[in-house]
Structures are given as C-alpha cells and as structure tokens.
Write a protein that binds this ligand. Sequence first.
Ligand code: FAD
Length: 292
Amino acid sequence: MKISDILKNEKPSISFEVFPPKADTGIESVRQAVEKIAELSPSFMSVTYGAGGGTSRYTLDIARDIEKRFGIPMLTHLTCVSSTRETVGEMIKKITDAGIENVMALRGDLTPELTESDRSGWDYHHAVDLVRQLRESGTDFCIGGACYPEIHPESADRREDILHLKEKVDAGCDFLTTQMFFDNNLLYSFLYKIREAGIAVPIVPGIMPITNARQVERAIKLSGSFMPQRFKSIVDRFGGDDASMLQAGVAYATDQIIDLYANGINHVHVYSMNKPQVAAGIVSNLSHILGK
Ligand code: FAD
C-alpha cells in the first residue's frame, strides 16, 4: 500500500522508524526489536539507510520481511550521496523486485571527508537528483522526501531552504517527513511558510522521543534542533535515572503528538530508534485516540 493513500485517512494514526544494524552481528537483536514494534500495528514503518552503504543491505531485507510477515506497508530509505547512478539503479531494481512501493529519497549526510573531497564528478549532489531518477525509472513508487522545520544546516536561510524544497517536491515527492523538533510551534510556523510557497503535499511530522540524557546531546548535534526550556528541565530533573527519563521522554513525545492531532494533523511518524518499549509506551498513552 502506498503511504500517500494512508495519509488520506482523516483519523489519527502513527508510524515508526527503525534502523538496520551497524554491524552484521547486530542483525538478530535488531530483527527482534523491529518485530515487537511491528506487533503494535502501526500504519506503516520506515527503515533507514546508511549514507555510505555499509550494512544498508539489511534495510531492504528488514522492509521486505516485515511487510511480508506483518502486512505492514514499508517505506525503505535510499541515500545517494557519493553513490553512482549505476549502483543506485541496481538498488531501485531490488526495491521493485521486493514489492516495496514506498521510497524515502535522501541525499545522506556529508561526512567531513566528503565535504572536503572534490565533488565535481559526483553523480548526485542533492536528493532532487535521486527523486528525478526514481521518477524516470519507469516504476510507480510513492516517494517521500525530508524537510526541516528549523532549516537544513547547510541552507543559507529559510528562503533558500524552501526554494530547494519546492524544487524537490516538484520533481516528484508525494509527501515530506520532517526532521525531529521539540517545539510544535516551529512546525506550525514552517507549515504556514511552505504552504504559502506553494508546497501542497502532505507533511508528516517526525517525533523523536528522548529517553535518556545521553541522547540529548547527540540529537541536538545531528539535527541542530531547538530544545525548549520545558524539555531541558525534564532532562535536568530525570536525566540521571534511566527509568524515570524513559517515562518522562515518552510522556513529552506523547504530549507533542496529542497537540499535533488536536491541531488537525492526522499522521505522526515516531523515530522509535529500535526501542519497542518506547513505541509501546506511546501507543498505550494514545490507545483511545488511535482506537487500539
Ligand atoms: P537535500 O534535499 O539534497 O538537501 C540538503 C541541502 O542541500 C539543503 O540545505 C538544501 O536546501 C540544499 N539543496 C537541495 N537542493 C539544492 C540545489 N539544487 N542547489 C543547492 N542546494 C540545494 N540520512 C541517512 O544517511 N539515512 C537515512 O535513512 C536518513 N533518513 C532521514 C529521514 C528524515 C525524515 C530526515 C529529515 C533525514 C534523514 N537523513 C538520513 C538525514 C539526511 O540524509 C540529511 O539531513 C542530509 O544532510 C540531507 O538530506 P536531504 O535528502 O534532505 O538532502
């Protein structure tokens, strides 16, 4: 099933993101975690893809396996930075052969080495190049793209960020998923600006439950997200105790999701980070709202 069809549903719904193991040895524990998350019957699940290849081969294996066994529509991520059109073309064929209908088209992060290297000969410079290739591949994927309520760190300003986002959507994105954010007002303001710029595709807010204090620094470094004082106080008070922080982090994420639903957003994607207890905690908190 295509995610664009799932997003037409006007009832509150939820989906979860998982990631493949970083080393081959981790595959079994990842599979177990992913299965437990699938048992919560989300509307769909996404599986991330390493920018440099690595263990990305498990991305498709996990997506195919979960879709087949649980009947959950899967969104497989695909990055293009430092790849060739040939290797990406092969991956597109594998995704098609696996029967996966949804692809998240991403550039991937530029590592310091990539940033410093000569990029003139690269086949891909931006995600829009991959979106175009997917559209030209003769397949009928539902294509997602990434967007950034607090602006992508490489963008000079909001105007430039939205200009390139519009270009990506016009190239063929069916929906956009946001980078994590911890203050819903940032999302509402972003939505207003992109709608004004003529971007009309569904926007799926991405919510990251922060469930241990160590994650906070990593999350801010990765996303550059603004941490509201209310959230900082939670980390200050409960960060020293993992069980308390888990409970508080799940509650904070739940609160964000309820506010999004209350403001007319029907679908929310949760970066569940292969943590079934986090995904289950959120679903349990929303059981009546989600009708589960
Ligand atoms: P782009 O859309 O190419 O944007 C990157 C920057 O380039 C932006 O500043 C944009 O404004 C600018 N830009 C775009 N087009 C042009 C143009 N034509 N000319 C000049 N500038 C331009 N990373 C992974 O490695 N694996 C994953 O699975 C993964 N999943 C993600 C899922 C989501 C929802 C999000 C938000 C991010 C994800 N990432 C993932 C991280 C992502 O790869 C990085 O944020 C990356 O730096 C940008 O990817 P993008 O697809 O948004 O790139």
